[in-house]
Design a protein. Structure first.
Length: 562
């Protein structure tokens, strides 16, 4: 392999010239290194700057010099950073409308985890030198081998964008191999709220209405080993969904001197957390797939200062993966678990109060009870409307007044403002959904059979040729932009989601109608590496820069030859 250790940043034309006549792997490594030198941390101006660079780079391709209208940008709506999606369309030699989407995200997580190495976070050569003396033998050996490229964005996923760019360049020079078309998307904002791919779904919908038929979308997001000693390369034929169930918990406050007469919302939240967090019984059981249980991401009360009163309310939310289930089914399950948690709290408080009365020889109060109501957000709204409360007006005013809040905090604020107007002050738990929401996307029974067969044929050939061992799995085990290319639910599922998501159209405007109409199969044939989101992030060059691009080319050609 030639010299790819170039530390100077090139302009787009220089970069294209530098990869001319280079072997495939060198081309991809050179572009990866260049993109790593352009910091593009999520929610920074770097996302806009790298998009500008990539657009100018594409415009240097001879194909786009001849067809300038086939590369364009799509600004993100109402984005104060001026971020944009980059699109490029390559029309094959025939007249087919069948189109394969190449997509990759161009943002990265931050570099705070690099600590004293922060200034070298984007410098693979300096990191390789540093890690060559690392105390961890695996990392030390990786650095000394020369087979790994270290640095932020190396595997997640500047190398993925580089592969798509090199493959796109290849196909512009070999149009005869395409019995159809390729549409490239390079987008920002994957690492937080997926604003880039959500905006792109509108453009996909427009292009579909103009006659394109999207056969399949190929993402090449980060893949890794799934257990110690795992040497497999993984390909995924779908993407897990995610929902963020939130719990607005309202107790009955009391002075600590009368604690057994109150209902502490933090006690309720603790019991809910105990029942739900890391509970594999609440996870879909799909044989052979890496399915993950719910995880509590946030739990706190609403007291701002110290006093000796129990908090009036508390908040919590969970990361909840979905694979083949729906938000409606998740809500049913969570209501069931929460009601059981509240029964445990009620019985505990009743028992402790009886012990207290027995100890203090005080009389029992017939009016004291610890029942906690459990309602979905939709049920609670209906309850308030029946009491003559103008729910829509309260929601709108809250959104207008507190629009600068974090999206999740704003959803909680809406619920709490509704509780303020409720004349019924009984203890209650209100369950709702908040951003982000990612649909599940997986191959359907009929349309997916041929795609699955093609992948199995390709990996069988690769195994025979290179000795790699592949596994084709159904669900990409991490969150992915691929989720936003399909929505498997029906109209009832959509309505249920909207009804239980406070001010969804204002807080998390998801174009569900566009996404449902797209219904694009989503394949992840990803870069391979280790420690994404850690300072030892690294991409494995022999597979990622040599085999992977050829696998994607092969699959693209076969997909367009059906």
């Amino acid at each position: 392999m030639g010299n790819t250790k170039e530390n100077t940043c090139k302009d787009p034309k220089q970069l294209l010239d530098s990869i001319s006549n280079k072997p495939l792997a060198e081309k991809i490594e050179l572009i990866t290194r260049q993109l790593m030198r352009l910091p593009s941390v999520t929610d920074t101006k770097g996302e806009r700057e790298i998009a500008d660079f990539l657009f100018e780079f594409l415009k240097e391709f001879p194909y786009f010099k001849e067809n300038p209208e086939q590369a364009w940008v799509q600004p993100l709506s109402n984005d104060n950073l001026g971020r944009k999606n980059i699109f490029a369309f390559v029309q094959g030699s025939g007249t087919s409308s069948d189109t394969v989407i190449f997509h990759a995200h161009i943002d990265t997580v931050g570099i705070h985890d690099f600590g004293s190495l922060k200034e070298h976070a984007y410098d693979p050569d300096r990191l390789e030198e540093y890690y060559s003396a690392h105390h961890d033998p695996e990392i030390r050996e990786a650095a000394q081998s020369g087979k790994w490229l270290f640095g932020r964005g190396s595997v997640d996923m500047k190398s993925g964008a580089a592969i798509h760019l090199v493959n796109l360049l290849y196909f512009t020079e070999h149009l005869e191999k395409l019995n159809g078309n390729i549409l490239l998307l390079l987008n920002p904002a994957e690492e937080n709220d997926h604003a880039g791919i959500i905006e792109a779904s509108k453009e996909f919908s427009r292009l579909k209405s103009e006659g394109l038929n999207f056969s399949v979308a190929i993402n090449n997001d980060y893949t890794t080993s799934l257990y110690e000693g795992d040497s497999h390369r993984y390909i995924y034929t779908g993407s897990a969904g995610k929902i963020l169930p939130c719990f607005s918990i309202h107790g009955r406050e009391s002075h600590v001197g009368e604690i057994l007469r109150g209902i502490d919302p933090t006690f309720i939240s603790s019991e809910i957390n105990r029942r739900i967090s890391c509970n594999m019984d609440l996870t879909e059981q799909i044989e052979g797939e890496l399915v993950l249980p719910p995880t509590c991401l946030y739990q706190r009360d609403n007291k701002d200062t110290y006093n000796v009163q129990t908090p009036p309310s508390s908040r919590m939310y969970f990361n909840y993966f979905m694979y083949e289930t729906t938000p409606k089914d998740v809500m049913k399950l969570l209501i069931r678990e929460t009601r059981e948690a509240c029964r445990v709290v009620e019985k505990h408080m009743e028992k402790q109060h009886h012990v207290f009365l027995s100890t203090t020889q005080m009389p029992f109060s017939q009016h004291l009870e610890w029942k906690v109501d459990v309602l979905s957000f939709e049920e609670y709204k209906e309850n308030l409307v029946q009491k003559g409360i103008s729910v829509d007006d309260i929601v709108k005013k809250t959104v207008d007044t507190y629009s600068d809040l974090d999206k999740r905090e704003l959803c909680f604020k809406i619920t709490e403002m509704l509780v303020e107007k409720d004349p019924d002050d009984r203890a209650k738990v209100i369950i709702f959904f908040a951003p982000p929401f990612l649909p599940c996307n997986y191959l359907q029974e009929n349309s997916g059979k041929m795609i699955n067969k093609q992948l199995l044929d390709i990996v069988s050939e690769e195994e025979n040729k290179n000795g790699e061992k592949f596994l084709v799995k159904k669900f990409f085990p991490f969150l992915s932009d691929s989720s936003f290319l399909s929505f498997p639910g029906n109209t009832d599922d959509v309505n249920h989601l909207r009804s239980n998501f406070p001010a969804m159209d204002e807080i998390f405007p998801l174009p569900i109608d566009h996404i449902r109409s797209l219904n694009i199969p989503a394949i992840n044939i990803g870069t391979y590496g280790k420690d994404a989101h850690k300072r030892t992030e690294r991409v494995y060059k022999p597979y990622t820069f040599e085999q992977l691009p050829r696998i994607i080319r092969d699959f693209t050609i076969r997909s367009l030859s059906l």
